[in-house]
Write a protein that binds this ligand. Structure first.
Ligand code: SF4
Length: 214
């Protein structure tokens, strides 16, 4: 059988594929937000604040979500009115107000998390090796975006000062987390770890080299 003539570039088709997944994820975002009784931007703010006991400033929230500061401010005000977040002035800098998740905010977040999403459905047919491979691909792509400045540094192992890649060669748990002093395998790499501490650029570069050499 003949192959189709003039296929679009592989980059183009990857973008098409990612775009289809993004559309499905957006619909997940709406379903989760609806279960929590808020809109997707407000829900994304609650997700961002989870595991950050000191909260985040409005500017940081806008940066993380890729929205304008006025949009972030409006969403935070709406969440404050529903008592899902609270603003607190930092002791060390009285000009900087931080936004923190409240207990009702945690409950709303849990209501959204109970929604079975398309990511789970989409990965159902994958073997565990394929899931780990996909996780590695995602880590690689997200790291590329953060290192080129397209997105802020995420709370991933590969940008964490506690990450020791491939220090247990030949073992299933070949990586090590110095924070909890425990070995872990590739399928346990974190994308958003609450214990993450950002490493400096030189450490991140050395860690990445050691990681991909393994
Ligand atoms: S603290 Fe979290 S992000 Fe850092 S290495 Fe340990 S598991 Fe990974």
């Amino acid at each position: 059988m003949e192959t189709p003539k003039n296929p679009t570039s592989i980059e183009h088709r990857i973008r098409e594929g990612l775009s289809r997944l993004a559309t499905a994820m957006r619909s997940d975002d709406w379903a989760r937000a609806k279960a929590a009784g808020i809109n997707p931007t407000q829900y994304a703010i609650l997700e961002l604040l989870e595991g950050r006991p000191h909260g985040l400033g409005v500017k940081e929230i806008a940066l993380w979500l890729g929205v304008s500061q006025p949009t972030a401010t409006d969403s935070i005000l709406a969440l404050e009115r529903k008592s899902l977040v609270v603003k607190q002035t930092a002791v060390e800098d009285r000009r900087a107000a931080h936004v923190l998740l409240t207990e009702p905010g945690r409950t709303a977040l849990a209501a959204g998390e109970a929604v079975h999403g398309t990511a789970e459905i989409a990965t159902e047919p994958l073997s565990s090796a394929e899931r780990t491979g996909l996780l590695m691909t995602l880590v690689t792509m997200i790291r590329q975006l953060q290192e080129t400045g397209a997105i802020p540094i995420q709370r991933m192992c590969v940008s964490c000062r506690h990450f020791r890649p491939n220090v247990h060669p030949g073992e299933a748990n070949l990586h090590h987390c110095a924070f909890i002093d425990a070995a872990f395998g590739p399928s346990e790499l974190r994308i958003d770890c609450r214990d993450h501490e950002i490493a400096d650029p030189a450490f991140r570069a050395a860690t990445w080299d050691a990681f991909i050499e393994g």
